[in-house]
Design a binder for this molecule. Sequence first.
Ligand code: FES
Length: 99
Amino acid sequence: MIVCHCQNISDTEIDAAIDWMRASDPQALITPGKIYRALGKAADCGGCMPLFLDTMRKNGNLEIPMQLRSLRGGATKEPEPCKATPKSLNTSTILSVTS
Ligand code: FES
């Protein structure tokens, strides 16, 4: 079945690209853009993206590697305050601000 009509990409080609990427790098995050590049093509109109993503999700090799799964949780944490002193401030500026 043709998934992307602009670039004439089938579901079989998407599966093959995902399987190839997973086999060559078990920790790779596989995205539609990487699949296009692996096939030597680039998205044009983007109208196929919902079907493209559905096709990707059906492939068992698409799973996010275990060691990368906690990144989303880490990204939502409050960032720690920066402890570095700005280089552009000199001590007289700091003293005038605090007094
Ligand atoms: S249908 Fe896939 S980019 Fe247009």
